[in-house]
Design a protein around this ligand. Structure first.
Ligand code: ZN
Length: 120
């Protein structure tokens, strides 16, 4: 996994450097609480995703915000069962049952907002 991700800024293209700059500026203003110690800036050279990762492999990525809105960092998650990747709300909305189960299990979301059945 490490060979497709690099911390070497000389390997980042201009677009990725721009994202890295925004990511760090955003991080300086609002440090997300899901990121702990030993945080580094990396780029996935396959997908072009620039992200912050801590010692526990929690990953923070810039969220798509509306033009003019301040940048935000969202937690990026990979479902260990089906390998679907996305932000918590993406996996919650568009993921499979296993993804939702994982999110609930890890404490990212609560058991379902609908409450249309008596629980299982
Ligand atoms: Zn899944």
């Amino acid at each position: 996994m490490d060979e497709i991700c690099t911390e070497d800024l000389s390997q980042f293209d201009n677009r990725e450097l721009g994202i890295a700059g925004r990511l760090l500026s955003t991080f300086a203003i609002q440090r997300p609480d899901f990121l702990g110690d030993d945080i580094s800036l990396k780029c996935n050279m396959v997908s072009g995703v620039v992200f912050l990762v801590d010692e526990c492999f929690n990953v923070g990525v810039l969220l798509d915000v509306k033009e003019g809105d301040p940048d935000k960092i969202g937690q990026f998650i990979k479902c260990p069962i089906c390998n679907t990747e996305g932000f918590v709300f993406d996996l919650d909305k568009h993921g499979n049952d296993c993804c939702r189960y994982y999110l609930v299990n890890m404490g990212f979301i609560r058991e379902s907002n609908g409450g249309d059945d008596d629980g299982e």
